[in-house]
Design a protein around this ligand. Structure first.
Ligand SMILES: Nc1ncnc2c1ncn2[C@@H]1O[C@H](COP(=O)(O)OP(=O)(O)O)[C@@H](O)[C@H]1O
Ligand SMILES: [Mg+2]
Length: 228
């Protein structure tokens, strides 16, 4: 087991028809760490998260995830790596035809875990995010903040070691953004490493966590500062 969850060395990416978005991104994600990923719109935050959840291959440079090199390892083993990473998206990506409890238990069900245990875990997590009364609701009937909390519960039900969130507060008001941040902080205290891509200034200003900032195609790490 490596000491790092993720190690990127000189990573670059170029979309087929686009300009290169990274020239040489070098950074580490340590177990149990908490980072904000920042940078102007179009700088490559979503693309970087995609590389972290193996949805996008670097064009050059090297990546290690949990000590493994996803570019050279057996493709049949990639899902095992991928399962260690939970993802939360700005637009929630919940399944509208499934009830809240079914959305959250689905990742366990597809891994072959029996219904009783899957539902028990989903109920527990939904209580934790404050949605114990909405288990049987359909996502479309919930507010943006509630839907995002369902998405967080779904992302962590498999106990990933790394949780990535792409602009998770983009569709909620400031008060809900702070509440969501507290949920991420609680998860982090339980040992999950967190990377949140955001340009929400209020969130960035009130949080002491280190920033990974994308600037001119490289990553600049600003260390943790003491809480204001
Ligand atoms: N699938 C794609 N094909 C081509 N270009 C893309 C694709 N996805 C993103 N890009 C381009 O890559 C750059 C970085 O995008 P993105 O990672 O979404 O940045 P951010 O999340 O910081 O706004 C942008 O210029 C965007 O237009
Ligand atoms: Mg983005």
């Amino acid at each position: 087991m490596s000491d790092f969850i993720a190690q990127f060395v000189g990573v670059g990416h170029q979309y087929k028809k686009g300009a290169e978005i990274f020239k040489g991104a070098t950074f580490n994600i340590e177990p149990g760490s908490f980072h904000f990923l920042t940078g102007p719109s179009g700088s490559g935050k979503s693309s970087l998260l995609k590389m972290l959840y193996l949805g996008l291959k670097p064009t050059w440079g090297s990546i290690r995830l949990f000590g493994e090199d996803p570019l050279t390892m057996k493709p049949s083993l990639l899902p095992l790596l991928r399962q260690q990473v939970g993802v939360v998206f700005q637009e929630f990506k919940l399944l509208d035809h499934l009830k809240v409890i079914d959305n959250v238990s689905l990742p366990l069900r597809v891994r072959g875990i029996e219904a009783k245990r899957s539902y028990r875990d989903a109920r527990e997590l939904l209580n934790w995010v404050g949605l114990g009364d909405s288990l049987q609701a359909y996502p479309a009937t919930l507010s943006g903040g509630q839907q995002q909390r369902v998405a967080i519960a779904r992302a962590v039900i498999t106990r990933p070691q790394l949780l990535l969130a792409d602009e998770p507060t983009g569709n909620v008001d400031d008060d809900m953004a702070i509440k969501l941040l507290h949920l991420f902080e609680e998860l982090n205290k339980m040992g999950t490493a967190i990377v949140i891509a955001t340009h929400n200034q209020r969130l960035l200003e009130r949080s002491p966590y280190p920033h990974l900032t994308i600037r001119r195609g490289t990553i600049i790490r600003t260390p943790k500062r003491s809480k204001p």
